[in-house]
Design a protein around this ligand. Structure first.
Ligand SMILES: Cc1cc2nc3c(=O)[nH]c(=O)nc-3n(C[C@H](O)[C@H](O)[C@H](O)COP(=O)(O)OP(=O)(O)OC[C@H]3O[C@@H](n4cnc5c(N)ncnc54)[C@H](O)[C@@H]3O)c2cc1C
Length: 391
C-alpha cells in the first residue's frame, strides 16, 4: 500500500500526513477550507503526550515557536481559595511541557511544515462521496475532481463525510455542556504566566491562563441545554458575556471580572462526542482524530490524541506486512485509550465524575495504554514489539 489520501487538513489530518511521509509513504491531503482550516478562533492546550508525538514527527520546534508553556496548574474553589497547585505532565522537559496555543495558529504551522516537506496539500477541496472498490478507493470532490488511492484516511473532524461511508447513521452526541472562549488584555489579573488556573465554580467550570505578553486566555464550560444551530450560526457575544458574568458573579473568584473585561468577542460551541463502539474502518477507509473519536473537551485531550493517532498509524503501516494487519494493529492500540478518554471526559462534562484537577492529578493521568504508549510512540521501536510488551 503506497498511495494514501487524507481527507481533512486539521490537526489530525496534517499530523497524519507528516507521519506517513516520514514513514516513506505517498500521501496527499485534501482540505475543504480555501486557506488553512475551519476554526472559530479558540485556543487549546496540548498535553505532554501530544507534545511527545510531535517530537517523533520532528515537529516540536514548529510548535514550541507558538503559544506559551504551562508547566503547572492551579485549582481554585468557588470562593477563590487555592486547593491545589501541581506540575502538569512532564514539566521538567521543555519539549514535553503542556502548551497553550490558538488552534488556528497550530493548524497553520503544521500545514506550512507539511508543505515545506513536499507533502501535497490541496485547499478548497471538499470531499463529497467515496467509492470503495477491491483494487482502489476513489474520492469525489465538490469541484468535480476525483482522486484514487490504496487507502483513504478520514481526518475530516466531528461532522465527517468519510464517517457516513464507514459508519452510516453515527452522529455526534451532545455531552451536556456548552463551551465559551475569550481573550482579554484588560482583565484585572495580576498573576504570572506559566500556569493554567482552573476555577471549580458552583455553576460554571472556568479556566484561564496569562500569556507572557499579558493576554488572558479563558474558557467557560456551562452545563445545561445545547446552544441551538441558530445561536451558533448567528453569534451573540454581548448576550453570552452578560449571561456568563451573571452566573460567575455567584462565586468570589476572578472569573466574572475576566469575562466582563472581554469586549473583543466571545466564541461558543457545544461539547460533543462520538459514541464509543463506532466503527473506524471499512474496506480501504479508516477514520482518525475527531472523525473517529471526538470527546467532550473536559480532559483537553482531543488534539493530543489526534497527534498520537498520526504516529501510531504510520508505524502500523511501516511495521506490518499487509494493510489489513496494519489497520487491525492500529485499532487495537488506539481504541481502548481514546474510548476511555471519551468516557471520562463525557462524565466530567455531565457532572457524574470529579475532575482530576480537584484531586491534584494532571488531566491526562492514568489512561489505558499509558504503560505501552512510550514504546508505541517511539519512532525507533517496532510497533508490534511495543504493543506486545507485558510491562
Ligand atoms: C470546545 C473545544 C475545546 C477543545 N479544547 C481542546 C484542548 O484544550 N486540548 C485538546 O487537545 N483538544 C481540544 N479540543 C479538541 C481538538 O480541537 C480536536 O480534537 C482536534 O482539533 C483534532 O481535530 P481533527 O483534525 O480531528 O478535526 P478538525 O480540527 O475538525 O479538522 C477537520 C478538518 O477537516 C476539514 N473537512 C471537513 N469536512 C471536509 C470534507 N468533506 N472534505 C475535506 N475536508 C473537510 C475541515 O475543514 C477541518 O480542517 C477541543 C475541542 C473543542 C470543540
Amino acid at each position: 500500500m503506497t498511495r494514501i489520501l487524507v481527507i481533512g487538513g486539521g490537526i489530525a489530518g496534517t499530523a497524519t500526513a507528516l507521519a506517513l511521509h516520514k514513514a516513506g509513504l505517498d500521501v496527499a491531503v485534501h482540505e475543504a477550507h480555501p486557506d488553512t482550516a475551519e476554526d472559530i478562533g479558540a485556543f487549546l492546550t496540548l498535553a505532554s503526550n501530544g507534545m511527545r508525538a510531535l517530537v517523533q514527527l520532528d515537529a516540536s520546534d514548529t510548535v514550541t515557536a507558538l503559544g506559551f508553556p504551562l508547566p503547572s496548574m492551579r485549582v481554585l474553589d468557588d470562593q477563590g481559595g487555592e486547593v491545589a497547585h501541581v506540575p502538569l505532565g512532564e514539566a521538567d522537559d521543555a519539549r514535553l511541557r503542556y502548551r497553550c496555543i490558538r488552534r488556528g495558529e497550530l493548524n497553520a504551522a503544521l500545514q506550512a511544515e507539511a508543505i515545506r516537506r513536499g507533502i501535497r496539500m490541496t485547499h478548497g477541496s471538499r470531499l463529497l462521496s467515496i467509492e470503495d472498490g477491491p483494487d482502489q478507493v476513489a474520492a469525489r470532490f465538490a469541484d468535480g475532481s476525483v482522486a484514487t488511492a490504496d487507502l483513504l484516511v478520514g481526518a475530516d473532524g466531528l461532522n465527517s463525510t468519510v464517517r457516513r461511508s464507514v459508519a452510516p447513521g453515527t452522529e455526534p452526541v451532545y455531552a451536556g455542556q456548552s463551551v465559551f472562549y475569550g481573550y482579554t488584555r484588560s482583565a484585572p489579573v495580576t498573576e504570572d504566566t506559566g500556569h493554567i488556573t482552573m476555577v471549580r465554580g458552583s455553576r460554571v467550570a472556568f479556566g484561564y491562563a496569562v500569556s507572557p505578553d499579558r493576554e488572558t486566555y479563558w474558557f467557560a464550560r456551562v452545563a445545561g441545554q445545547a446552544l441551538t444551530a441558530a445561536e451558533l450560526a448567528d453569534p451573540a457575544p454581548a448576550h453570552w458575556r452578560e449571561r456568563l458574568v451573571a452566573s460567575l458573579r455567584q462565586d468570589t473568584t476572578p472569573a466574572a471580572a475576566i469575562v466582563a473585561a472581554s469586549t473583543d468577542g466571545i466564541m461558543a460551541t457545544n461539547a460533543t462526542e462520538i459514541p464509543p463502539g463506532t466503527p473506524w474502518r471499512s474496506g480501504r477507509m479508516l477514520l482518525v482524530g475527531d472523525a473517529a473519536h471526538a470527546a467532550s473537551p473536559a480532559t483537553g485531550q482531543g488534539a493530543s490524541m489526534a497527534l498520537e493517532d498520526a504516529v501510531i498509524l504510520a508505524k502500523s503501516l511501516r511495521d506490518t506486512p499487509d494493510p489489513e494487519s496494519a489497520l487491525a494493529l492500529y485499532e487495537s492500540c488506539r481504541r481502548p485509550r481514546v474510548e476511555h478518554n471519551i468516557t471520562v471526559s463525557g462524565q466530567m462534562s455531565r457532572g457524574t465524575r470529579t475532575p482530576p484537577a480537584r484531586t491534584g492529578r494532571a488531566p491526562s493521568a492514568a489512561r489505558p495504554g499509558d504503560d505501552k504508549l512510550l514504546g508505541q510512540l517511539d519512532w525507533n521501536v517496532d510497533l508490534r514489539t511495543a504493543s506486545s510488551s507485558t510491562d
